[in-house]
Write a protein that binds this ligand. Structure first.
Ligand code: GLU
Length: 558
């Protein structure tokens, strides 16, 4: 029994997706159960939108869960998310915000056995103690003496007077050894462990902390294996101690290597802010539309990493921020199984230099003994190479379906073209051999779906192809327009012949006709084969754009 337990405080990032994938593969390989649990105890930072995003990303990746919430079929059906009827599995509900009674029960047991106690020290008092220790050059550690020596009456009096308090867990007085399935035995010394908070102060809304809810739920759900990233390693002794205090055997833990960028920095959501900040600095940007000046200034001074500011800078400078979230990779046109294939190699390998495989292979071969301890490196070029190959392997129908799906999700400007079966099939087929991602056709083919009058001509292309040699290319456009206006039927083979005949009649090469025509209808020098370009565009637009080029080109000389 494994679980993926995301905190819905943002999008699902690649690190989270890898955690989900390994837990999923581990459960599938062993015929176990894979649970999806939403850790939304941090009320201020959790959101339903994030939960929906995570569920959607999981579905897009193809990581199905045996127990957990269901993704509502419509976005506006948010309320149904928490409805117990819609959640599947016998260990629900699967939102921590709905499991308060379990935490209260466990808390009562700990309070009764003396393993948990109330502490009235305020954040300010603790801060002062921390500063004092630092000034004395000592490592700070919470000292429970005051709280533990407080009489019951005093505790009751303060509580009745409405004084805020937290509840702490009393750590056992010894080192804790975590027997990790990847790292082996990890001993954490007593002096590195302090009595930690398990219930937040009423000032902070009360409620269980991450540690407490995480352990109570793993216990209640019968989780046998917890695979999570190494950044949780220092939490694990706390969790193990909690399990012991509750008299429940802890699950087996396996801590997976961290994921680093190729420049050696840890891959994190902050990378987007970093990239945007660097670009803004280089461009000398002092403000961005839609962002309050103080927020922007703080962002530039590294006082916040606000993603809205990062996005506004990216939009202003027309740059793409590094993909971090699953959603970013999806929007950039990666195939879900390529991403999973790549993610599975971040820490694991099947051996024998095998790198490309599908989910079935992963499930068959996944094994913790082949998960490494060393940090993994996220190599974007390699992922792109995987994706390029995967797209090349798609058959026409699958590529067309996936492209249509991608355009539906991210490019409404293609809605009309997608609706025209034959033209869209030709569009997809024209771009299939030259696409590394599903996003590239969307970008490169944009000229197909804009208004004719909105076509932008690339000045260099116009000069080289239409105006050079005394406007030889431009001069062909008039007669070409008339020939095409008279041409029927508007389909690929007959258009190919018509263009060839037109060139032959004038004693010029095919390219000398095709290239001016291409610039006239697309604005640039790159498009699918010219006859396909014309069919996708349609007769009306083709003729209108030739006229447009004849109008605009003459003014575009040096
Ligand atoms: N909610 C925690 C996180 O997202 C879960 C940690 C765990 O897997 O135990 O990091």
């Amino acid at each position: 029994m494994t679980r993926f337990a995301p905190s819905p405080t943002g999008h699902l990032h690649v690190g989270g997706a890898r955690t989900a994938l390994f837990n999923w593969a581990f459960a599938r390989k062993r015929g176990g159960t894979f649970v999806l649990r939403i850790e939304d105890t941090d009320v201020a930072r959790s959101s339903v939108q994030s939960t929906l995003g995570i569920l959607e990303d999981m579905r897009w990746l193809g990581l199905d869960w045996d127990e957990g919430p269901s993704l509502p079929s419509a976005r506006d059906a948010d309320e149904s998310l928490f409805d117990p009827e819609t959640q599947k599995g016998e260990h629900g509900p699967y939102f921590q915000s709905e499991r308060g009674h379990l935490y209260r029960e466990a808390l009562d047991r700990l309070l009764e056995s003396g393993r948990a106690y109330k502490c009235f020290k305020t954040a300010e008092e603790l801060d002062a103690l921390r500063k004092k220790a630092r000034a004395e050059g000592k490592a700070y550690q919470y000292d429970p003496t005051d709280a533990l020596s407080m009489s019951r009456q005093e505790v009751a009096r303060r509580e009745a007077a409405g004084e805020p308090f937290v509840i702490r867990f009393r750590m056992p007085d010894r080192d804790i050894v975590v027997d990790d399935l990847i790292l082996g035995q990890v001993r954490i010394k007593r002096n590195e462990l302090e009595d930690f908070v398990i219930v937040k102060s009423s000032r902070a809304g009360g409620g269980p902390t991450f540690h407490f809810a995480n352990v109570v739920d793993d216990a209640a759900m019968g989780i046998t294996h917890v695979l999570r990233a190494q950044e949780h390693l220092m939490n694990t002794p706390k969790h193990v101690a909690l399990f012991e205090a509750l008299d429940i055997a802890p699950p087996r833990y396996a801590h997976m290597p961290l994921i680093f960028n190729s420049d050696g920095s840890k891959m994190s959501k902050r990378d987007k802010a970093k990239a945007a900040r660097a670009a803004a600095r280089q461009a000398g940007l002092k403000e961005v539309p839609g962002i309050d000046q103080p927020l922007f200034d703080e962002f530039m001074a590294k006082k916040n990493d606000d993603l809205l500011v990062a996005a506004a800078i990216a939009a202003k400078l027309e740059l793409t921020l590094p993909e971090i979230d699953v959603f970013d990779f999806r929007r950039s046109g990666y195939l879900p199984w390529t991403l999973l294939n790549y993610l599975s190699l971040l820490g694991w390998s099947p051996g024998n230099d095998i790198e490309r495989f599908g989910l079935d292979f992963l499930v068959e071969h996944f094994d913790l003994s082949r998960v490494g301890k060393a940090n993994a490196r996220f190599d974007r070029a390699k992922l792109l190479a995987f994706n390029t190959d995967a797209i090349a392997e798609l058959d026409a129908a699958t590529f067309q379906r996936m492209l249509s799906e991608h355009l539906r999700a991210f490019h409404p400007e293609y809605d009309q073209l997608r609706g025209e079966v034959e033209r869209f099939a030709l569009f997809a087929e024209s771009y299939r051999p030259r696409s590394r991602t599903l996003e590239e056709p969307a970008i490169n083919g944009r000229f197909f779906v804009i208004e004719d009058s909105a076509l932008v001509y690339d000045a260099k292309a116009v000069r080289k192809v239409l105006l050079k040699y005394d406007g030889r290319g431009l001069a062909l456009l008039g007669p070409l327009h008339d020939a095409l206006a008279a041409h029927e039927p508007w389909e690929a083979d007959s258009l190919e012949k018509a263009i060839a005949d037109f060139a032959a009649d004038r004693g010029v090469n095919l390219g000398d006709v095709a290239q001016p025509l291409r610039v006239a209808v697309s604005g640039g020098t790159v498009s699918p084969p010219i006859n396909h370009t014309l069919v996708i565009l349609g007769k009306g637009s083709t003729l209108a754009r030739i006229k447009l080029a004849m109008d605009r080109a003459p003014a575009m000389g040096e």
